[in-house]
Structure formats: structure tokens, C-alpha cells
Design a protein around this ligand. Sequence first.
Ligand code: SAM
Length: 248
Amino acid sequence: TGRLWVVATPIGNLEDFSPRAQDVLRRVSLIAAEDTRHSAPLLARFGIGTRLVALHEHNERDEADRLVARMLAGEEIGLISDAGTPLVSDPGFRLVRAARAAGIAVSPIPGACAAIAALSVAGLPSDRFVFEGFLPAKAAARRERLAELASESRTVVLYESSHRVRECLDDMAAVLGAERPAVLARELTKLFETVLDGSISELIARVAADPNQERGEFVLLIGGRPEQEDARLAEGRRVFALLREELP
Ligand code: SAM
């Protein structure tokens, strides 16, 4: 029977392309790729000559049915995106859902993911976190989303594009307060990898002082709102007072 392989590719450093990922992509009959022009050079470099077909936002609905039919007929197909793990702020969800609904086995070949890589070096609490993907591009909607996140006590992980990093930090300062701890993880696994940590206002100052810090690809992490010790104590006292009235 057929199978869908969901295969992570590097987010910068080509040595993060796992041997198993390469083997599977060499072996499958077809690779569905977010952007075939983007992926062709990567695959060529690793001697992977498998045929590519485009699977992006705009054709995923139709293409998913076609690919599912091929897998039902016994083919194994690989799914990749431009970088990192497919489906994580990348296409593939509809194909995976359709494959599972059709009873086709879906297997991951795990590897690079910018969000997890950033979380693993940020030094913010990582036992519980939320991944928010990209914030809305328009300022008003972005501030609204940040306002929704203001009371979040878990670490928040965001993707941001380079031309909006300053705006985003400014909005974070305005909505979350300039003292909130944050981390800016830039160009992970690449030559100019930098991971800046500090309060939001410190990050703003460091980015302003060095325009290079605005270049490349970013993951932004926001420390969760500290649990409100006072509020918890007050609630504890209130509950205790209620219980005491019931006791003999
Ligand atoms: N699927 C990918 C993954 O697993 O990380 C993410 C795809 S998303 C369209 C692209 C975004 O991921 C970029 O805008 C940036 O926020 C983040 N990103 C990708 N590569 C990165 C890197 N090397 N360093 C920092 N952030 C990166």
C-alpha cells in the first residue's frame, strides 16, 4: 500500500538534511513541494532526481485528491516545504488530512523546525509554550492579536519576516509592556546566527544600534506573564474563609 512521508528539510545549514530524509526522498515516486523551483536545487545537490509536483496554498485542495488517488493505488509520496517541517506555517495540512481520511499511512521524517530550534536555545520556560505562527501583517490586527496574548502565562513563539521585525517589537512594547522578557532568534543554523535576549525595550535598542539585526529570518519569543502571586494568595484566602464558615 501507499504511504505519505512528511519530510523536514534544513532551515539553513544543509548538514541538517538527515540521511533518512534523503533516502526516502530518493525512493518515493513523487515529491510534493511548496515551490518546485526552490526545492529543485536542494534536491539536485543531494543527487535526488525524484519528480517534483507543486503543492501550495492555491492548488492544495485539488492536488490533494489527485495525490491521495495515487497513494491509494500503491505509490509512496514525499511532502516537503521550502524549509523546515511541512505544515508548520507551511502547506500540507489538507493533504495530510485527506490522506488520513482515506486510510493511507502518514509517516514523519522529523528534522529542523525554526520554532523548536529557537525555543531550545532561548532560555525561556519551555515546559509549556504556545506557537502562534505569523502575526497578522496589518498593524491594527497585529496589536489586537498581541492584546489577546498579553495575559498568556506560557512562552509565546512567533514567526516574523525581516521587514516587520522593528514594527513588531514596537507593538510588543506598547501592548505587553517594555519590560517583558523576549528573545529574537535570527538566521538559526546559518552564518549570521544571533540569539538576542533581554527585555523588549533592550531588544529594540539592540536592533536600532545594529541594522544587521534586522536582516534575515526570525523567530520571536515572548516570556509568559508571570503568575500573579498576589491574586492567587487573595483567591486562596477567599476560599479558606468560605470553607471555615462551613466547618464546625
Ligand atoms: N516550516 C518552517 C519551520 O519548520 O520552521 C517554517 C516556515 S515559515 C513560512 C518561515 C518562517 O520561519 C520565517 O519567516 C522565520 O520566521 C522562520 N524561520 C525559518 N528559517 C529560519 C531560520 N533559519 N532562523 C530563524 N527563523 C527562521
